[in-house]
Design a protein around this ligand. Structure first.
Ligand SMILES: Cc1cc2nc3c(=O)[nH]c(=O)nc-3n(C[C@H](O)[C@H](O)[C@H](O)COP(=O)(O)O)c2cc1C
Length: 403
């Protein structure tokens, strides 16, 4: 499980001997799927070079508050807005004092002042510095500001003394970091979503397709991201902007979608097939534009079946929890239930595409979720609201199915 999939963490490094451990911390946060930017205090750069942390994080390290060039690239306010969590590790006694007082006299303290997200602090210092009443009062002030404190731990210190003040071990910091995102019901889950229509080429300029807009699939991708999942969005051609944190795999034909889906589904926890995949494709696409010669002659297209993507995913050994969509024009629930059984899906979402107010191009939808012997109708609502409810229902159903 990637406990921090898609999470944006601004790692603040301050001037203490444990600053070298921030290099390992970046790697372990990345292992859990986090995107890590680093901001360092001046003192921190005396203990570990920005170059090292830049190479490990894969981003330029943020150092200066009053530098017009860096401010114009990603300034302190943008960094504060970008982060889902600001983690100061190691946090020096001096930095803790400045944070407690609300100072904004360097880049890192100013980012913390501007932040709307959670700030967490992992202190690291000599045991005497930690035990000092001033430090303890400052830590109490941080707790009063809803700032989370990770550690410190006890043991032998760099100065040769033994006591409380050591930086918490890196695995512990990573676990606590993940635990700051508690309400994310799909945290650590890989969710693969197919969305939009497919296009089946007739010739280089023409294709067979359908009216799917991709809106419901994209809304589901957003809802799954919000629930903490790592989201892979396999999308046919749409005019929509994909959610920033989804990994987008653009495809055109059903066969391309099938290949991408089978690759991604093998280690996925959940697969949601929302795409309106063309059931048939022309047996052969002409490599030249087909011309008409005004003789009234008929053109016959011979079609063959496309692979059934959702059935193939549902048939995988130890495959993901598989959710299908049934866009029906009559006997909606009956047809959807049959599809659920026939394709061996875990859940199906039925909707009536004959209703112009919902379905394909609309921003609204009205659906019935069917799984096992259960059924839940979601009254007409925005596709985003429907998506959040579907994701919630999947999260409820998942433990029974996967554990
Ligand atoms: C060799 C050396 C090691 C230090 N280690 C620590 C430390 O582990 N924790 C700490 O709070 N301060 C430590 N300090 C003191 C800080 O570097 C100093 O307070 C500095 O001003 C912190 O700046 P900053 O909070 O802006 O990063 C150390 C100083 C030196 C010279």
């Amino acid at each position: 499980m990637n406990l921090l999939a898609g999470k944006r963490i601004l790692l603040g490094v301050t001037g203490g001997i444990a600053a070298y451990k921030s290099a390992e911390l970046i790697r372990r946060l990345q292992d859990q799927g986090a995107d890590v930017h680093v901001a360092m205090t001046n003192a921190a750069t005396e203990f570990i070079t920005p170059l090292t942390l830049q190479a490990l994080s894969g981003h330029p390290v943020h150092l200066d508050l009053l530098d017009t060039e860096t401010e114009s690239v990603m300034g302190h306010i943008e960094l504060a807005r970008w982060a889902d969590l600001i983690l100061i590790a190691p946090a020096s006694a001096n930095f803790i004092a400045r944070l407690a007082q609300g100072h904004g006299d360097d880049l890192l303290s100013t980012i913390c002042l501007a932040a709307q997200c959670q700030v967490a602090v992992a202190p690291a210092m000599n045991q005497g510095m930690w035990a000092n009443q001033a430090t303890q009062l400052n830590v109490s002030a941080l707790i009063a500001q809803q700032i989370t404190i990770f550690g410190p731990s006890e043991g032998l210190q760099a100065c040769g003394e033994v006591g409380e003040g050591r930086l918490l071990d890196i695995a512990g910091i990573v676990d606590l970091t993940a635990a700051t995102f508690p309400n994310e019901r799909l945290r650590g889950r890989k969710v693969v979503i197919t969305a939009g229509p497919t296009r089946e080429a007739i010739d280089p300029v023409r294709y067979i397709s359908n009216h799917s807009s991709g809106k419901q699939g994209y809304a589901l991708a957003e809802a799954a991201i919000e629930a903490g999942a790592e989201v892979i969005l396999i999308s046919g051609p749409t005019s929509l902007t994909p959610p920033e944190r989804a990994r987008l795999i653009p495809v055109t034909s059903a066969r391309e979608m099938h290949t991408a889906a089978m690759q991604e589904a093998t280690d996925a926890d959940i697969f949601i097939g929302v795409a309106a995949v063309a059931d048939f494709r022309p047996i052969e696409a002409s490599d030249q534009k087909i011309k008409k010669d005004n003789t009234g002659e008929r053109l016959t297209l011979t079609l063959e079946e496309n692979p059934d993507i959702i059935a193939a995913v549902a048939g995988l050994n130890d495959g993901p929890y598989t959710v299908g969509f049934a866009a029906e024009t009559s006997h909606v629930i009956d047809h959807a239930r049959r599809k659920l059984t026939r394709k061996k899906l875990n859940m199906i979402i039925a909707n009536d595409v004959m209703d112009q107010n919902i379905g394909f191009n609309s921003d609204q939808n009205e659906t019935t979720i069917i799984w096992g012997s259960q059924e839940q109708t979601l009254p007409i609502a925005s596709k985003r609201t429907i998506a959040t409810k579907i994701v919630g229902t999947i999260a409820d159903a998942l433990p029974e199915a996967r554990q």
